[in-house]
Design a protein around this ligand. Sequence first.
Ligand code: FES
Ligand code: FES
Length: 165
Amino acid sequence: MQVSMTVNGRTRTADVEARTLLVHYLREQLNLTGTHVGCETSYCGACTVLVDGKATKSCTVLAVQAEGADVTTVEGLANGELHPVQEGFWERHGLQCGFCTPGMIMSAVALLNENDNPSEDEIRHGIEGNLCRCTGYHNIVRSIEYAAATMRGEDPPASQWKDES
Ligand code: FES
Ligand code: FES
């Protein structure tokens, strides 16, 4: 079947099998391997992308279901410089092995696009569909708080670590 969608601002048209999942289309046919595959059962969130602005687990969507959609992957975030959420993860050490990170970042972007000043509870709720197997969520929450502040044009909260501002 032929499918056409906008991916990271570019119209992409391709032939896919009807059973092809969006995550596999992105990774294998468009070579956008920043979107990770973990469970393939809608549990881990590693495959999260934005579909028409909504955080979407791309292992739960057939590529043909995204016909006409506007899809953003982690590769589409940086625009000459890091997206504030990417910068937040850099500045506040929001990743360890990095496996969950692209999906976590996409969920955070969706959250901050809807709510530019989320509470810690709202941040944790916003990323509850994304699992991190490494060291927990503390630094991830701090990273998203950093991003939220900079997206509002404010100074980010002070770091808990002495050697950072
Ligand atoms: Fe899609 Fe885990 S790979 S939710
Ligand atoms: Fe390793 Fe989250 S940083 S799974």
